[in-house]
Write a protein that binds this ligand. Structure first.
Ligand SMILES: Cc1cc2nc3c(=O)[nH]c(=O)nc-3n(C[C@H](O)[C@H](O)[C@H](O)COP(=O)(O)O)c2cc1C
Length: 374
């Protein structure tokens, strides 16, 4: 699998997963070891946990109480990430940082820059009462409408993404992953429930794509032509798992082509189950549509190697092993999508790729595994 100047050893990626184990927002030796092991276990591409971009309102307490989310600016954080990329490379892997701005999810007064006001395209968190796992207590703290972002704040975020991307290149990352899903800032521009702007950033799908496309363009300019850009998008939101940004493939095509033209090299279609049909009237999953509509390679994710999807395992506390990866391989062979990402399966078992290649049993997932970094 080759993306611009980068060749990966296989088509398996580690999905981005927030772990909140970086004290003072800088990855330490335990974080280095966590990623190094996944490279040693045979994962071709590691996408890191969401990392706060260089804009003061990027991270804080989101729907959890996490405070140990890493940054990608400041000496300690850059030093920590340099050690991570070195260790991953020595173990034969490649690694992209997932650049993240929490946007509407950040609780005011929290995070490394508590005085910075949280940023929302139209001041809206989203509709209350959606199908969601966020708590009533959290919703009470974010549901009141605030003011819309100013044009200066929009430009400030775009520049923040670009600075963090440049820093990523400087500390040895192999590409850039941009978090444009799950209801966070970029996605809240895509979603008509949270974007009611009447300027060039709001309106139809093409206008709502503008903010994301500006970020991609700025990141491309910051990192140059060699580094691949992976962009995560998705229909579901943390505010409402049943939410949709695109009702039809045509609408999705408008969004993805705008992002592809801006410089995206591969789309990461965020779904709960990799093969779930994305639109009525077709069996194709979201990653297949992404590839077909954008003309770019795509990556699927959701439920690989496990019996329960992410949200079911929130309820039940775990997931058993399920050998559904032959279906994944078949779909990659017939060109539906190009790569597959694994989330919880790689938390449960860092040697998952090597074990599966040898036909050995892998470990089941338990939510208690999130309490420690292993
Ligand atoms: C503990 C945990 C943290 C996550 N954090 C992020 C994140 O920071 N960024 C993101 O885009 N997705 C995040 N996700 C979603 C995963 O990337 C992935 O899409 C999801 O877990 C489905 O894949 P799986 O069924 O293989 O686990 C997280 C998932 C888990 C389990």
């Amino acid at each position: 699998m080759t993306l611009r100047g980068l060749t990966l050893s296989n088509r398996l990626a580690m999905a981005p997963m927030t772990r909140s184990f970086s004290p003072a927002n800088a990855p330490d030796a335990a974080v280095v070891e966590y990623y190094r092991k996944r490279a040693e276990g045979g994962t071709g591409l590691i996408v890191t946990e969401g990392i706060g971009v260089d804009q003061p309102a990027a991270i804080g307490a989101g729907s959890g109480t996490e405070t140990h989310i890493p940054l990608l600016h400041g000496e300690a954080a850059l030093d920590g990430w340099r050690k991570v990329t070195d260790a991953v490379h020595k173990a034969g892997g490649k690694i992209f940082p997932q650049l993240w701005h929490q946007g509407v999810f950040r609780i005011d007064g929290t995070g490394p820059y508590p005085d910075a006001p949280s940023l929302r395209p139209s001041g809206l968190w989203g509709p209350d009462g959606g199908f969601s796992t966020v708590t009533r207590d959290y919703i009470a703290r974010v549901i009141e409408p605030t003011r819309p972002m100013t044009e200066e704040e929009i430009a400030d975020v775009v520049h923040g993404f670009a600075r963090s991307a440049r820093n990523a290149r400087d500390v040895g990352f192999d590409g850039i992953a941009i978090h444009g899903a799950s209801g966070y800032l970029i996605d809240s521009f895509f979603w008509s429930e949270t974007n009611r702007r009447t300027d060039r950033y709001g309106g139809d799908m093409a206008a709502r794509a503008t903010f994301g496309a500006e970020i991609v363009r700025a990141v491309r300019e910051a990192v140059g032509e060699d580094m691949p850009i992976l962009f995560r998008f998705g229909q579901w939101k943390q505010q409402d798992f049943n939410a949709r940004i695109a009702e039809t493939p045509d609408e999705l095509g408008v969004l993805l082509r705008a992002l592809a033209e801006a410089g995206v090299d591969m789309f990461d279609a965020s779904t709960l189950y990799f093969s779930a049909p994305a639109f009525t009237g077709s069996d194709l999953p979201l990653a297949a549509w992404a590839k077909k509509l954008s003309g770019k390679p795509s990556m699927a994710v959701g439920g690989v190697g496990l019996s329960e999807n992410l949200f079911a395992s929130f309820e039940t506390g775990g997931a058993a092993v399920e050998n559904n990866f032959y279906d994944v391989a078949t779909r990659i062979e017939r060109g539906e999508f190009d790569m597959i990402a694994l989330g919880r399966a790689l938390i449960a078992d860092w040697e998952w790729p090597k074990k599966v290649a040898k036909g050995e049993a892998t470990m089941p997932y338990s939510r208690a595994m999130l309490d420690t970094l292993q």
